[in-house]
Design a protein around this ligand. Sequence first.
Ligand code: C2E
Ligand code: CA
Ligand code: CA
Length: 656
Amino acid sequence: MQFTKPEVSISVRIGSGFFLVLLLMAGLMVIGIVRMAEINQRMERVVKVSNVKVELAYTMKNALRDRAISMHTISLMSDVFDQNEEVTHFNELGGGFITAREKLSKMDLDAQEQVIITSIRDLAGVARPAVMQVVDLSMQGYGVEARALISKQVVPMQQAIANKIDELIDLQKSETSIAVAEVTSAYARARLLMLLLGGSAIGAGLLIAFVVIRNASRQAHLLEHQAMYDSLTRLPNRALLADRLQQTVLIARREKLSFAMIVMDLDRFKEINDTLGHSIGDQVLQQVAARTRACLRESDTVARMGGDEFTILLPTAGHVEGATAVAKKVLLALQEPLQLAGRKLDIDASLGIAMFSPEAMEPEKLMRQADTAMYAAKRAHCGSMVYSAELDQKADTGSALQGELRRAIGNGELLLHYQPKIDFATSKISGVEALVRWQHPELGLLYPDKFISMAEENGLIKLLTQEVLRLAMDQCAAWHKTGLELTVAVNASAISIIDPEFPDQIAESIKQANVPASLIELEVTESAVMTDPMQAVDCIKRLNALGVQVAIDDFGTGYSTMTYLKQLLVTKIKIDKSFVKDMAVNHNDAVIVRSTVELGHNLGLKVIAEGVEDQLTWDQLKALGCDSAQGYYMGRPVAADAFIEWLRKSPWGHSN
Ligand code: C2E
Ligand code: CA
Ligand code: CA
């Protein structure tokens, strides 16, 4: 099983940002449109009602005027037939007047209009008998009297009614214009509001889009940087160096030019790290990186390869003299003691120089040569050395160290450091992990990263493992004798776990050391098991039969399937430190650790976490139900004496 850290999906974030803005704008638009439509409707209604009112008032006024004319005409007529016809017309006009007035009074009138309509009705009521009298007099042939009555009584009354109707028309007109003005200004306000809202939505949208795009590009830049650069020193990493090296090789081959590569390794760095703490170790690396970078050209590359190893690529150094001068410059820059948290620290480095020859040379060979030269420089304590074929001969195969390891094992140059494992249930130590070191007579204390893979490559791993098992079991037995019941875990390489002789070898060591098998544990990595799962399962079965427990180391970094995990008969999984180290600050890591704990428990396995560097991580693992933990926070790997000292003083120390 392998866990990868998910990258932040930039496109999704941009997409959701834009979508939000779009939604906001659409929402505002809808609100605005609905509001404008409402206003429009109200305006139409007001205008329609006002028009009807004004029209009805005009109808009344026209009827009144036409009736006056008709009445006057009747008073002048002498033909009875014509008179009758005119009277019918006169009555129709009166009906028109009344209908218009009734229609008007049924409409939604305000108080002032109501008063006017009422007074029109009253005036018409008073005028009615005089009007009827005029018509009667005319019909009976008293035209002169009728006309006298018209001019004396009817005209003033009709004038009064006409004035009232005019008043009504004026009132209605002014009310209409007020309503229209009100609605128009409401419309203008709504439009302004919409403009403002739309404008601010676009503004906000642009702002959000700007922020989202800027963040996304920063994120992308960061991811790219993380993939290509070392986060501690900000130097290019191994991947970027490989890329630049390839480019340089292509150019060199085409132009038939040479160039130089320098491998630099700090002396006794692991010791500094272990004695002064790794925060000091980190500062050392940062300062060394900065100083080295400062004395090189822009076109040169300094990369951190991991640990305390740096590589310098000099694409324009065509001659060995130039490369040597650069190496001297770097050494000079490192001569001045480093300033670290108020203390001065001397640091030495060893540099190996190799020149690329464009005729038939692979970049890997160049790296190897620079490496060999670096080890030669380290051995000779001379700062820097240029690769030559003699160095290879001295070192029999490839690297000088390889030839020495066999002798070193026989000479007792290997030793073990012990790192405590703490149980969450008791907050006390339950066992230790044995970690091998090589006390090299010239190179100082060497850590496994410098020689384990080499031992695996040249077949020495079997011998090495045997020696480690012997040392670990002797130590375990010695502690056991003094009443110190600690399980001791030994790391077994892939080669061991698929070696059919391995269980017998263990059985023999246990017998020799006279130690209970239950105190011995083996740690094997997932990838080691997966090189030959069937054989590994067989081996683990036989180890179990001996009473030796097996744990899966670096869990989460290799590929293993659930099926095998179940069949493996292991009792424990050890979550790799790359997930544990930052789980307190990295959510993805925390999720991976939690699901690994759950998975382990579901399969009936114990779960241990390695790489616990602070209290917060300890607390979180405890809350997750993890069974035990190992890490610098509780205790670093140290030699047996120092370990006993730790046991005495530490709150995690043994209860007996
Ligand atoms: P490993 O088995 O994963 O061992 C744990 C490594 O993590 C050790 O490095 C230990 O010093 C380090 N470590 C422990 N706690 C912390 C912590 O809190 N933070 C950090 N950053 N690191 C921590 P070491 O001793 O350099 O060993 C490196 C690797 O070498 C081991 O990894 C193991 O794979 C291998 N190794 C060590 N001893 C033997 C051995 O006797 N035989 C074989 N085959 N391999 C060995
Ligand atoms: Ca281990
Ligand atoms: Ca491990």
